[in-house]
Write a protein that binds this ligand. Structure first.
Ligand code: TPP
Length: 337
């Protein structure tokens, strides 16, 4: 069982949680900046503000576990271990990208580390994770799978079908809802039938847990419990984390058309990174010099990722035909068959 109290975790683990959240924030801030400045094609959805959820949940996983993500997937990728250089190059559509520049922001996938992919279709992470969990259960590998989705995604029929199947088959899967209060410009209190999405778990005989999505250790604890349940064969859980996205729905969207500056300020006052930093210092868990060192390293990492992406060439036209179908003859693809 993974440990989670600050003392049990120790300075190195706490520092690594801090570093992961910082890397996500720095990547997101820089991605929004670069994409709006350069006019990169394809929408980019920033997860800045939601770092504690991706970081806390993925910190409860083993490297061989699976995770499927959404259109707002950069944070999930970083937390699962996808390398930021390849991600930035992917956003720029370059050949050095995680997926050779052919996926862009919404289709980053890295199967080697169990990252099954970001997805532009709302709700599609859910059956993907169930498929991975079914494989794990059938082969008895002991792996678990996580599906991230938003509160908007929680209204998709596929979640309900998937939760039902996962429950009767006791699949080792975590349904993780990041409730950031808005689906595009639609407020959750208008579009969602319940106050707590986690309460829907009762309809599928699984635990439903609400967690504070601005507190990385709280998220981690909820995830550890659900992972343990899944791994021990007791089946799925529905986890809901209350959180907030700091920017508009996509880079360039003016969120103030549908939410207030006061509301934004209230959430920013509870920022997951700054509150965690304060706690680490106040409880004497990590020296300030170590935190400052990580801040310098992360800034340099993302700067270097942008340099790498810039230097990476555009994909060759022939690349259109690679990685399209598994074992499908290239000659047939070229002939349009
Ligand atoms: C099946 C489907 N319906 C609609 C859309 C358009 N769309 C893209 S993102 C989005 C909002 C999703 O909201 P939520 O699931 O809460 O995630 P968030 O953007 O808040 O992270 C919508 C409606 C889509 N991509 N796919």
């Amino acid at each position: 069982m993974s440990s989670n109290s600050s003392e049990e975790l120790g300075g190195d683990k706490l520092l690594s949680l801090y570093r992961t959240m910082l890397t996500i924030r720095e990547f997101e801030e820089r991605a929004v900046h670069e994409v709006t400045q350069r006019g990169v094609s394809g929408a980019v959805h920033s997860s800045a503000g939601q770092e504690a959820v991706a970081t806390g949940v993925c910190s409860a996983l083993e490297p061989g576990d699976y995770m499927a993500s959404t259109h707002r997937g950069h944070g999930h990728c970083v937390a699962k271990g996808v390398e930021p250089h390849g991600m930035m190059a992917e956003l720029f559509g370059r050949s050095g990208g995680t997926n050779k520049g052919k996926g862009g922001s919404m289709h980053i996938a890295d199967f080697a580390i169990g990252m099954l992919g970001a997805n532009g279709v709302v709700g599609s992470s859910i059956p993907l994770a169930c498929g991975a969990a079914l494989k794990a259960k059938t082969l008895g590998t002991g792996e678990v799978a996580v599906a991230f989705f938003g509160e908007g995604g929680s209204n998709q029929g596929v979640l309900h079908e998937s939760m039902n199947l996962a429950s009767i088959w006791k699949l080792p899967v975590l349904f993780v809802c990041e409730n950031n209060l808005y689906a595009e410009s639609t407020p959750a209190d208008y579009a969602v039938s319940v106050t707590d999405i986690a309460s829907r778990a009762a309809g599928y005989s699984m635990p439903g847990v609400v967690g504070d999505g601005m507190d990385v250790l709280a998220v981690r604890q909820v995830a550890i419990d659900a992972v343990e349940r899944a791994r021990s064969g007791d089946g799925p859980s529905l986890l809901e984390f209350k959180t907030y996205r700091y920017y508009g729905h996509f880079a360039g969207d003016n969120a103030l058309r549908y939410r207030t500056a006061e509301e934004q300020d209230q959430w920013r006052a509870r920022d997951a990174i700054t509150t965690f930093r304060t706690r680490l210092l106040e409880e004497n868990l990590v020296p300030e010099s170590d935190l400052a060192h990580q801040e310098t390293l992360v800034k340099a990492l993302i700067e270097d990722a942008v340099r790498f992406a810039d230097a990476s060439p555009m994909p060759e036209p022939e690349e259109l035909f690679s990685d399209v179908y598994v074992n499908y003859p290239e000659s047939a693809l070229r002939a349009g068959l």
